[in-house]
Ligand binder design. Structure first.
Ligand SMILES: *Cc1c(COP(=O)(O)O)cnc(C)c1O
Length: 433
């Protein structure tokens, strides 16, 4: 019998020419089972799949689409830029404009370098931190994702403050030999790592609000101690704000911590996702002294054919302009909170263990009573139950991340009606659990 599901047909076809049928693994629905939805088009808070079915979109391209899809001001800026040329391999005024805007909004950065993906930005930031300090080792935390550069594909070794093991084939153990993997929010491990290796560390890289183990905040005392230890040992504190940047607040997650810790700022910041508004664009920045170590001024090499692409920068600038308007983040945070508090209420009513958290337009929910504080705790989620929630919502036209260790995103295009429809669907799903 002919399969009439066009998503299934496309998936079957895709698997013949693309490994696993997808160009980024989590899209394949491997964790939750079933057939990935092939997106045909999107507008505002929704997208439509190959069968013409509509979904309320809580992924927003994994964060970039903070204005929703097809925002008229952004579309206009991109259309105008396209007519002026796709790529030149020579500098443009728009790159300067975007750099100036990023520095204005994130004052911990004096200078930025534009690149094309978050992976590239995080990888380059580590090279720069190593080059600027003359040290090789660095700290990352279990459950934080900083892109797929070799030195970052690592999990904790056995024992406290030991160096890690590769998590991917093709990464030689010697490449992760200098990557120290610690538990998120674990003060004792942090102290021990600095006591043992403080003078050998180039940087500590952290997602301040982790969005790659669902949604887990670094506690204020933990972040404060990270800052103190880095300063004390001459280690660069690198905030990976690829996800949180311009998503949780206009000043990004660092502004959230600065409001709790007077004078707080990271030494370097990695950005991506929202700053491209859906086009391939990312950046890393920091103090003038550190950034001037980069080629062509300094000895740390870094380059890119499409870096600062004129169409991507137009898209990013138009997006930043919209989110800079007064009241934007207050309204976004409120809408996001109305979703998470609504879900919380429904779950309580249905007797489903549940907790949720959000900041700005980023949220996470857990099918457990208390919010987790690290990766191990996140992984204690009942994954069968999560998969039933995921498919229940999907069937009812609500698209959340197809894996329990991913955050969710609300855009400025999500209406009260969208939230009400989502809560209706969730009520049905929770009652079936
Ligand atoms: C998405 C993400 C990256 C990687 O960005 P890509 O553009 O997918 O390469 C890095 N760090 C964090 C925190 C991210 O969320």
């Amino acid at each position: 019998m002919q399969n009439t599901d066009l998503n299934a047909q496309l998936f079957e076809r895709a698997r013949r020419s693309i490994p696993g049928g997808v160009n980024s693994p989590v899209r394949a629905f491997k964790a939750v089972g079933g057939t990935p939805r092939f997106v045909k088009r999107a507008q505002g808070s929704c997208f439509w799949d190959a069968n013409g079915k509509r979904y309320i979109d809580y992924i927003g391209s994994w964060g970039p689409m903070i204005l929703g899809h097809g925002h008229p001001a952004v579309v206009e800026a991109v259309q105008k830029a396209v007519l002026e040329g796709f790529s030149f391999g020579a500098p443009t005024e728009r790159e300067v404009e975007l750099a100036e805007e990023l520095i204005r909004l994130v004052p911990s950065m004096d200078m930025v370098r534009l690149v094309s993906s978050g992976t590239e930005a995080a990888m380059s930031a580590i090279r720069l931190a190593r080059g600027a300090t003359g040290r090789s080792k660095f700290i990352k935390f279990e459950g934080c994702y900083h892109g797929h550069a070799d030195a970052l594909l690592v999990k904790a070794g056995s024992g406290l403050a030991t160096f890690g093991n590769p998590t991917s084939a093709g990464v030689p153990p010697e490449v992760v030999r200098d990557t120290l993997v610690l538990e998120y929010n674990n003060l004792a491990q942090l102290e021990e790592a600095f006591a043992l290796h403080g003078s050998e560390l180039a940087c500590l890289m952290i997602e301040p609000i982790a969005g790659n183990m669902n949604f887990v905040r670094a506690s204020v005392p933990f972040m404060k101690r990270c800052r103190e230890l880095c300063t004390q040992h001459g280690v660069l504190l690198v905030f990976d704000e690829v996800m949180t940047g311009f998503r949780v607040a206009l000043g990004s997650a660092q502004s959230v911590y600065a409001s709790a810790i007077p004078g707080f700022a990271p030494d370097m910041t990695v950005l991506g996702k929202v700053i491209g508004g859906g086009m391939p664009l990312a950046a890393f920045g920091g103090s003038r002294a550190v950034m001037e170590q980069l080629a062509p001024l300094g000895p740390v090499y870094q380059a890119g054919t499409l870096s600062g692409n004129p169409v991507a920068t137009a898209c990013g600038l138009a997006t930043l302009r919209e989110i800079s308007k007064p009241g934007f983040f207050e309204a976004l945070a409120q809408q996001t909170h109305s979703l998470t508090s609504g879900l919380q209420k429904l779950a309580s009513g249905a007797g489903v263990p549940f907790s949720a958290d959000s900041e700005g337009g980023m949220f996470g929910f857990f099918l457990m009573k208390d919010l987790p504080t690290n990766y191990l705790q996140v992984m204690k989620t009942d994954s069968d139950r999560f998969n039933r929630v995921f498919h229940g919502l999907l069937d009812r036209g609500v698209y959340i991340a197809p894996a329990l260790y991913e955050a969710g995103f609300v855009s400025a295009a999500h209406t009260d009606q969208d939230i009400a429809e989502t809560l209706d669907a969730a009520a049905q799903v929770f009652n079936l659990l």
